[in-house]
Ligand binder design. Sequence first.
Ligand SMILES: Nc1nc2c(ncn2[C@@H]2O[C@H](COP(=O)(O)OP(=O)(O)O)[C@@H](O)[C@H]2O)c(=O)[nH]1
Ligand SMILES: [Mg+2]
Length: 322
Amino acid sequence: MASFVPSGELVERVCAGEINAIARLLTRAEQGSEECRPALDEIYRRAGRAHVVGITGVPGSGKSTLVAALAKTIRQSGRRVAIIAIDPSSPFTGGSILGDRIRMNDLTGDPGVFVRSMATRGALGGLARGTLEAVDILDAAGFEVVIIETVGIGQGEVDIVRASHTTVVVSAPGLGDDIQAIKAGVLEIADIHVVSKCDRPDANKTIIDLKAMLGIGLALSHNQGWAVPVLATSAPRGEGVAELLDAMLRHRAALEANGGIGARRRLIAERRVLKAAEALIADRFERHRGGRVADLLGGVTGRRMSPHAAAVELLNEIRMED
Ligand SMILES: Nc1nc2c(ncn2[C@@H]2O[C@H](COP(=O)(O)OP(=O)(O)O)[C@@H](O)[C@H]2O)c(=O)[nH]1
Ligand SMILES: [Mg+2]
């Protein structure tokens, strides 16, 4: 059996881009292991250079196909790229859907591409646990572009915007009458819109509808000094992918030029600190479930104490403990 390498010893190896060390630290981050906390803190300090790109859209809209094509194009541009594919896990097995990994097969063997699937464990959409730490690890490891593919059903869109510098929303023809992004109320989160499957005859209607909606919704846009493009892609024809990379790079450059990157970083930081605080509280709650939490719950159940007062007391005690 391989001996356990302390996470602290993995940091230098991760930063040197050693795949084995990256994979190990990713697994520990995903498991939420306490042991790797200080290592992840150090990784965070060393990260911050990567362009983090979120790609979202409903199931079947062509995200995984597009990401695979995009990764190839990014490699041809000389950049290293890491992909985090968030798979809503099967409720029965808790496992990831393997299909996404298989599609990436023709990228394997290239050390400039790293693909990782993470399961959301039953949750619909949203980010998996450890996703943002995974971004840090891949960023510190020197991948210039980190792509997060997440399923856009509800929480997914909200989370992706608060995790990435550039958000790409994928819509496809033939998945219903409406533009899916409109249905989900997420038109305004996109920095770039992609209409995939433009080889299909009904794609033109999707593009026209989306552009019309964007014209109406312009006031909603969170982008200043950036006109949100609508790009058409076709996987079988290999169309539109170079244009997508170009738009991603132009968006990043626009953020740098207009100062928007600082606002994005702050939004991401805000979200992460809040999430981390929530996780800390939930962890302490579980740890003291049989002890102090049980006392407080007794008080709340017996109406001697309000839930709010109990929470304040719990927070005070947690602070003493730390
Ligand atoms: N005609 C056509 N089909 C596509 C295109 N991109 C993806 N597909 C198909 O759409 C289906 C869903 O694609 P997938 O990438 O798995 O979508 P995801 O669920 O959003 O990741 C698959 O059967 C793909 O082969 C495209 O550009 N044109
Ligand atoms: Mg997919």
